[in-house]
Design a protein around this ligand. Sequence first.
Ligand code: ACO
Ligand code: LMR
Length: 596
Amino acid sequence: MKLFKRTDRMLVVNLKPNFIQRILDYDYLIGREPSVVSIVHRTDTLHKAFYGSEEFMIPVYKDMKRALEAHNPEVVLNLASFRSAYLPTKLALEHPSVRVVVIVAEGIPERQMKELIALAKKHNKTIIGPATFGALTVGALRAGVVGGDTNNLIKSRLYAPGSVGLVTRSGGLLNEMFRMIARASDGVNEGVAIGGDVFPGSTMLEHIMRFEQNPEIKLIVALSEIGGKEEYEIARLKKEGKIKKPLIMWVAGASAELFPWQVQFGHAAAKAGSEKEKALAKMEALREAGVLVPHTFSELENLIREESERLGLKPKDVPYNKPPLDFAKAKAQGLVRRPTSIVSSISWEKEGEITYNGVPLSRIIEEKSNIGRVIGLLWFKKDLPEDFQRFLELALIVLADHGPHVSGAHNAIVAARAGKDIISSLASGLLTIGPRFGGAIDDAVRYFKDAHDRGLSPREFVEEMKRQGKLIPGIGHRVKSKHNPDKRVELIKRFVFENIPDPRYLKYALAVEEETLKKSDNLILNVDGAIGASFLDMLYYSGFTEEEIKEIVEIGYVNGLFAIARSIGMVGHILDQKRLKQPLYRHPNDDIYVLK
Ligand code: ACO
Ligand code: LMR
């Protein structure tokens, strides 16, 4: 009786995408439909996977029973940890459609395994494992990752059913044997790693007897280990003619006898508790019973080759579909290329640490940098002169807030009182920034620079803007005026005149203010205008070239300065409203004139 059929469907417990994809790649290799029909994991969802180069969805269930009832799988591959593998295995064994359960976890409590083994026997079902890579019926189903990656599957001819039945304890040795049997024979028909636990769900002998019943299998190969006495039962059945097919065996762990004390090999069961459990003793008993046992592991391949030639086993030529390489692997092998979707140049991880324009964050902190330096690195891609850094920091401080009355703060407050979260309320405030409120800085830079560089006198500039019907960006304020000056503007002016020898753009803007104040007391150089003009002076003073300045003016850098600065104040107002538990805002009727 074969372990798996080509029509078998599999339920996988625990969503492990790579594991599942390698199973599906085997399905594609042998040209069968996708074997994984459902997955059990934390929540009901869909898992996207490849079949060849086509993507498809596999239903994921939170509840194992629902998954079993919805799909009635013949095979269950249990990838759950040793802590949680018991229940899904029990449910699987109790479900009528399930025939085989593969348990990958190592270290399942022995009491639980004994119970599961008894349950499997009661329902006449097969458990492979625990502590196994799985099992494979060539050309039918791969339950696990036995056989390795696609290249190894192909090199081991695991797409073409051969005549050898292979059973090992170890998954690693199973893969090694796949390659050896492909070289020395016509390949494997079925390969099973029963796992290295003390209580395996199915024994080596059970699989050998299954191979004995399988007419496609002409030669049986089994790799055992020190520990346990199953080999003596195999020897007895061979001697009694109940195992008629040629059986080649090797027992790993002979080296343990070189040690004067008891050696525990990798698997829990790999420990010789008595003379009879030692490798050499077991191999001697097998040899006497007519089992073919090489004297050294290195002779194993030749022994398989000799037996295969005697049996006339010849590899059949069977087509296969090689699954496409995942893009990342193909790229790593230089087989494919793809243009990148995004180009970025300001920050990147280097040796596990973010760097701002190449400067590691730890160095920025060690050097006690201010926020102006960080803006320089991330916005200008330069380590700005210290004065420019301090100017940017001053700008952020003076722009951080201007009370709850201003339009940006108002909108943030209203949104917060409507119950919006901080980010949504902040967005409401930030979206208020525009040509009249906070967003006039970049235009002030452009207009002041253009007028100054064209040699217009302040009066000529003011008259030109009037003729064009344009308001001068950076001029005017709702409440500040000549007699109620904006302290923030005073602070900016003081910093610039103290640090810049010839702030020609700020001087020009102040001369424009003199002209506009002739018209109205509130047409002052406002904080947007003061920062904009001073920013130009800082650029020239910091050695930016004309080309660089032209690009900065065209792109517009400094409205961003207002936005990040004023975010501090807006968040403050939002938090304030929430602390004060302010109710929904509604504008008072008597403060709205309704046009009838
Ligand atoms: N340039 C030229 N003339 C102006 C300007 C200006 N920037 N601002 C107002 N005026 C004139 C108007 O044309 C109007 O003249 P009129 O009486 O002949 O029609 C008069 O001054 C009053 O205009 P209002 O718009 O009523 O003045 P208000 O005090 O409401 O305007 C405001 C204040 C909105 C800031 C306005 O000056 C303006 O839009 N300025 C340009 C944009 C700007 O710099 N905004 C930043 C403000 S500061 C900040 O947000 C942090
Ligand atoms: C501010 O910085 O928000 C103000 O200058 C604008 C205003 O309306 O007062």
